[in-house]
Design a protein. Structure first.
Length: 219
């Protein structure tokens, strides 16, 4: 009888964990849609139609490019922070939570950005898709890393400092795109830099496991 109850408890836990993982992944997807597709992108589109902004951006192209890049960090990392604070309680979470959230966020972004290429598959060779796919895989890993940074703030009761760190880190990565020309970096060299930064984020993500509680086990 006790064995049967233990098996029922384990099945219940597994079912709960499955739906929890699915929820976290879904919220990661929603986070990208809200912070980028429905807010930042339309806002940037509106700004680009304003004559004053256009004149300023053309007068200071590097500065405007960096600020636009930093805005991605502000919107997306603030979105992660808000979802964690409001929708994913308690503050102390299992290690998988920021990883699954970042995966949902990154996959949604990748599908959204690559969708124009889907209709071109029959027009270009498979080799043309290698670099975009590699770039997106690196971006997904970065989104996981930035999610871990934001979550670490909750784990260590240092929320705002880690939020700022995530915003600056995200902004720095995106700022490399407008900076590439000034630094003399071509596409391949830029992707190599992104690969190095991604590796650092992956190492940090693995190191951060020590900050997280273990899932309850039923033995």
């Amino acid at each position: 009888m006790l064995t049967d109850l233990d098996e029922i408890d384990q099945d219940t836990v597994k079912s709960h964990n499955f739906w929890r993982v699915l929820l976290v992944f879904f919220l990661g997807v929603v986070c990208f849609l809200l912070t980028q597709v429905f807010t930042r992108v339309p806002l940037l589109g509106w700004l680009q139609k304003q004559m004053g902004f256009l004149v300023w951006a053309m007068s200071y192209p590097l500065l405007s490019g960096i600020l636009v890049a930093l805005s991605a960090g502000v919107f997306e990392e603030s979105g992660r922070f808000a979802f964690k604070a409001l929708a994913l309680k308690p503050a102390k979470s299992p290690y998988w939570e920021p990883i699954v959230f970042g995966l949902g966020h990154g996959l949604c972004e990748s599908i959204w950005l690559l969708r124009p290429l889907f209709g071109m598959i029959s027009l270009v060779g498979p080799g043309q898709f290698v670099l975009p796919i590699v770039e997106r895989l690196l971006a997904i890993a970065m989104h996981i890393g930035f999610s871990v940074i934001v979550w670490n703030g909750f784990q260590l009761d240092n929320r705002w400092q880690y939020l700022v760190l995530a915003i600056l880190g995200h902004g720095l990565v995106d700022a490399l795109i407008p900076l590439a020309g000034k630094l003399g970096l071509g596409t391949v060299e830029l992707e190599a830099v992104f690969s190095g930064l991604t590796l650092l984020l992956v190492i940090y993500t693995v190191y951060s496991k020590r900050y997280y509680r273990k899932e309850e086990s039923y033995e």
